[in-house]
Design a protein around this ligand. Structure first.
Ligand code: PGA
Length: 257
């Protein structure tokens, strides 16, 4: 299997942006621009408050909707949290898990990412699991150790069949929201390393089938080079997903990549 047979996925991660009217306007604009895209899976991961609006605005289109997090318990006394079942019932398809901002600001650990991934899979959601090294870790030359550890822990106890429902986003933390993109070669190097780790854990066939995205200051200008790389199967896009034209340029780059 090679890149051509894997699903390219371009997912927007809106983070804490957009009110409901703003969300509707952005998706209405995007809808028209990407209507003819067939070979790339387009996903908009939006704040919880926008999910219903986003699902309604994209009904019957080629845009899928995702959430930006979910809790690992099914229900109960977890004030302020949202369960995977709640998302699945709405018709949400994807969920971003283990984003570095969750790890950095909200005490997310590999253990809780693992629990959330299992909960999301049990609810029938497709997790987009984020991994990536800090700048300090890259400078200390331990990027591979960090990534190998995250992959082992985040997917611990997850079967090959379930892994195939997951997307992995390689997001070097130093590149997120900084305008400092990894070079295409750096992105390829780590995405290939992730695939090699998956091959060790699950076998080559499974590893070859998994979509691995790059994320971190991906934009309309640099997307084509990034997604042209053998092991980069799309992107998780923050800032540039908030502008329909830029997001569309990235999606079109993935269609040709
Ligand atoms: P960015 O964010 O594109 O704004 O760097 C990427 C992400 O956090 O997923």
């Amino acid at each position: 299997m090679n890149k051509a047979t894997r699903k390219a996925i371009i997912a927007g991660n809106w983070k804490m942006n957009k009110t409901r009217p703003e969300a509707k306007a952005l998706l209405e604009e995007l809808k028209g621009m990407v209507a003819d895209i067939k070979t790339v899976e387009i996903v908009a991961c939006v704040p919880f408050t926008n999910l219903e609006t986003a699902l309604a605005a994209t009904e019957g289109t080629n845009i899928k909707i995702g959430a930006e997090n979910c809790h690992f318990e099914k229900s109960g006394a977890f004030t302020g949290e949202i369960s995977a079942d709640m998302l699945a019932e709405m018709g949400v398809e994807y969920v971003v898990l283990g984003h570095s901002e969750r790890r950095q600001y909200f005490a997310e650990t590999d253990e809780t990412v693992n629990k959330r991934t299992k909960a999301a899979l049990a609810a029938g959601l497709k997790p987009i699991v984020c991994v990536g090294e800090l700048l300090w870790e890259r400078e200390c030359n331990i990027t591979e150790e960090v990534i190998a550890r995250q992959i082992k822990l985040d997917f611990f106890g997850i079967s090959a069949d379930d892994l195939k429902k997951c997307v992995i986003a390689y997001e070097p933390v130093w590149a997120i929201g900084t305008g400092k993109t990894a070079t295409a070669d750096q992105a390829e190097e780590v995405c290939a390393f992730i695939r090699a780790q998956l091959a060790k854990l699950y076998g080559a066939e499974v590893a070859e089938a998994i979509t691995i995205q790059y994320g971190g200051s991906m934009n309309a200008a640099n997307a084509a080079e990034l997604v042209s790389k053998t092991n980069v199967d799309g992107g998780l896009i923050g800032g540039a997903s908030l502008k329909a034209a830029d997001f569309t340029t990235i999606i079109k780059a993935a269609e040709n990549g």
